[in-house]
Each structure stands twice: as structure tokens, then as C-alpha cells.
Design a protein around this ligand. Structure first.
Ligand code: NAD
Length: 260
């Protein structure tokens, strides 16, 4: 790891009014949750077409069967926040992180922040752009239940799991063909525009809005840092590129920020 870059970035974070972290599947890979697009990623065994909103509506039984398989594949094991989630939570606690915007649906940021949060701490906003698999919501009336309950009901034969109102429960995630939640997206865009430092972490930055949030932040004058094992389309806009594991870079960055 380039120590000089790390110190310089830490210094910028210390002086920033607002640092924003944007995370993708790569931050949860060390927790044992596979990514989608890497070699060996989930998309080698599934297709987007299985998980569209159109399919959920037209073939809820088939959708839920496939979704159960995907759920086992992604979240089947025991998993918990790793050192990278924890480092971001610590930066939040020490007042150095305004927000985490995530594409992940695993709930691990929320969990890590809850573990370190004390009542007097500044709040780090956590924005889940793609929803949260730990919840399910009725597609008709919006009634929410625990995701585990919905998956358990499906697994034990209730296909599809159905609400008392007669509607079908849907994992509370944004399916292909669905709009991102407008309020969350708007707030994310505003945070990106207003950030002084924007950290793009564990994301291929290949799809919207992942591609444009860091670009717009940099265009508005934010310092952009990319932390990802592979090159991304935004590396050229970045002042700092760490092509290393998130669990190495983020704890080191936290120590550098908090050591001064
Ligand atoms: P992606 O799968 O397209 O890319 C992940 C990136 O992370 C890759 O470029 C890879 O090089 C990098 N990476 C993997 N392990 C890393 C590590 N230890 N340290 C640093 N970098 C690492 O992921 P994406 O861009 O986030 O898009 C995938 C979509 O799939 C997202 O929209 C997300 O909703 C969904 N998804 C979520 C989860 C989850 O909730 N944990 C898991 C898989 C996919």
C-alpha cells in the first residue's frame, strides 16, 4: 500500500467538511458474500432475466423458486461485518464520515454502525440504494415482514409467500426493471455533489448510478479515491487509487485519520 497516498488521503479526510463512502459488493466479499460480476461471481450461474420485476408479477412462483436459490448462494452462510465495514463505522463514530451510500442489500453497514454507535455520536447516514434483503414487503399494500420469515415460508412450501391482504411479498430490494427509490437516489446525488472527499469502495462502478456518483462528485471538486481490486472506469478521475483489498486499506485509513 502506498503509505504516502494513505497519509495524504487521511489528511484530506481530517480537513473535509463531508466525506462520503460509496460501497459495492466488494466490501462484503471478505465477509463471505460473493460478488456478482467477478470470476466465480454469482452471475455465472444466474441471469438477470430471472429476477426482473416483470417476472415477479407474471410468474411469482418461478421468481420465488429462483430467488430462494440466489438467497442461499449469496446469504446462505453465517456472515457478519468485516474489518472494512467496521473501519467505516469507526470513522463515522469519530465524526469523519457523513454518509455511507451502498448498493449492497446485506444490511452489514447498518449492523457495523449499530455496534459502535453511542448515543452522543454524530449520525452517519446510511443510504441503501438497492434496498435490503433482510426485509420483505407486500407488493400491494407495502406491509413489511422480516426477510428470514418470507424466505422460510417460501422454503417450507408457501410459494409465493402471501400477505393477509392477498398481495405477494417481494424481497425488499430493487429488482431489475424497477426504479431506484427516488428519495434515496436524490439524497445520494446531493451528498455526492456536496462531498469534499468521495471514497468509491469495492464496486466495479460499471452501472448507474454507481458510475455517475463518483464522476459527479469529482466534477464538483471532491477528492475521489477508488479502493477496488480491479481497475474501474473512474480510476482516471481519481486522485488516489488503491488496487488492494478493502480489509487492508480501510483499517489502515482509519488509523491514519485517527492517529493525528
Ligand atoms: P460487482 O460485483 O460488479 O463488483 C465488485 C467489485 O469489487 C469488483 O470490481 C471487484 O474487483 C471488487 N472486489 C471484490 N472483492 C474485493 C475486496 N476484498 N477488496 C476490494 N475490492 C474487491 O459489484 P457492484 O459494483 O457492487 O454491483 C453489483 C450489484 O450486485 C450491486 O448492485 C449490488 O446490489 C448487488 N450485490 C450485492 C451483494 C451484497 O449485498 N453483498 C452481493 C452481490 C451483489
Amino acid at each position: 500500500m502506498d503509505e504516502q497516498d494513505l497519509e495524504a488521503l487521511a489528511d484530506e479526510i481530517r480537513r473535509a467538511d463531508a466525506t462520503v463512502a460509496f460501497t459495492g459488493a466488494g466490501i462484503s466479499a471478505p465477509s463471505g458474500i460473493p460478488t456478482f460480476r467477478d470470476d466465480g461471481g454469482v452471475w455465472e450461474r444466474f441471469e438477470e432475466g430471472q429476477f426482473t420485476y416483470g417476472r415477479f408479477r407474471s410468474d411469482p412462483v418461478g421468481f420465488w423458486r429462483d430467488r430462494l436459490e440466489l438467497q442461499r448462494e449469496l446469504f446462505g452462510g453465517e456472515y457478519e461485518p468485516n474489518a472494512a465495514h467496521e473501519a467505516l463505522a469507526d470513522l463515522g463514530r469519530s465524526g469523519h464520515l457523513a454518509a455511507v451510500i451502498t448498493q449492497n442489500t446485506d444490511g452489514l453497514h447498518e449492523e457495523a454502525h449499530e455496534e459502535v454507535r453511542a448515543p452522543a455520536d454524530g449520525e452517519t447516514a446510511i443510504l441503501e440504494l438497492h434496498g435490503n434483503s433482510q426485509r420483505a414487503a407486500c407488493d400491494d399494500c407495502g406491509f413489511r415482514i422480516d426477510g428470514d420469515e418470507a424466505f422460510e415460508r417460501a422454503e417450507t412450501g408457501e410459494l409465493p409467500p402471501t400477505c393477509d391482504c392477498g398481495g405477494v411479498f417481494k424481497p425488499d430490494v430493487v429488482l431489475f426493471g424497477e426504479r431506484l427509490p427516488p428519495a434515496v437516489l436524490q439524497r445520494s446525488r446531493r451528498l455526492a455533489r456536496e462531498s469534499d472527499v468521495f471514497l468509491a469502495i469495492g464496486s466495479s462502478l460499471a452501472v448507474e448510478p454507481a458510475a455517475s456518483l463518483p464522476r459527479n462528485a469529482a466534477a464538483r471538486g471532491a477528492t475521489l479515491a477508488v479502493i477496488n481490486l480491479e481497475p474501474t472506469p473512474r480510476d482516471d478521475d481519481a486522485e488516489y487509487v488503491f488496487r488492494e483489498d478493502v480489509t487492508d486499506v480501510l483499517p489502515a485509513l482509519r488509523s491514519a485519520v485517527e492517529s493525528a
